[in-house]
Design a protein around this ligand. Structure first.
Ligand code: FES
Length: 180
């Protein structure tokens, strides 16, 4: 009887220890997984949402800026599109980096990094002068949007038209300016 009692009381702490170790591990793993999932999910949500944010319908162009303001140096311009999604209507702000190529043709790049969807900036890091730079994981791109590191693809480009001295931007499409 005493033996049995003794056995019982000596097993209890072992079980409790194993449980709490298991619990600790599951909390730790759960926390790490949630943290990693958030890091992957947030940019993925942006990717999922971005196509909705693009101008819709063939031939949709938005007047963005006077052509005379465009130089060889990339400049960032924000513009709005009106979006109708079922019953819901909204104005969405988009951004484009607009500049001239070496032949003087105007083109516009999307600021959305092709790695995981953060926003690139021109000339933002002293290690990569005259390049687009993404602060999230240090992808960088040439002025034409060619991917030099980290990102798997060149920056996308907006469809563009010049009319009556103004630059109009349309849908985002794969980069046309990068020569392989
Ligand atoms: S999102 Fe990773 S480098 Fe831009």
């Amino acid at each position: 009887m005493n033996d049995a009692k003794h056995k019982h009381s000596s097993e209890q702490p072992t079980t409790r220890r194993e449980m709490s170790r298991r619990q600790f591990l599951s909390y730790a793993l759960g926390g790490t997984t949630a943290f990693m999932a958030a890091g992957v999910t947030i940019p993925m949500i942006r990717f999922a949402v971005d196509p909705i944010l693009q101008p819709t319908g063939a031939g949709d162009f938005v007047k963005v800026v006077e052509e005379s303001k465009i130089t060889n140096e990339p400049k960032s311009f924000k513009f709005q599109i009106h979006q109708v999604d079922g019953w819901y209507e909204s104005d969405i702000e988009l951004e484009a980096w607009i500049m001239k190529d070496e032949k003087g043709a105007v083109y516009a790049l999307s600021p959305v990094c092709k790695h995981l969807g953060c926003t690139v900036n021109w000339n933002a890091d002293t290690r990569y002068p005259n390049q687009f730079f993404c602060p999230c994981h240090e992808a960088h791109y040439t002025k034409e949007g060619k991917n030099l590191a980290v990102a798997p693809l060149p920056l996308d480009e907006y469809k563009i038209k010049i009319e009556s001295g103004f630059v109009y931007l349309g849908k985002v499409q794969p980069n046309q300016h990068v020569t392989k």
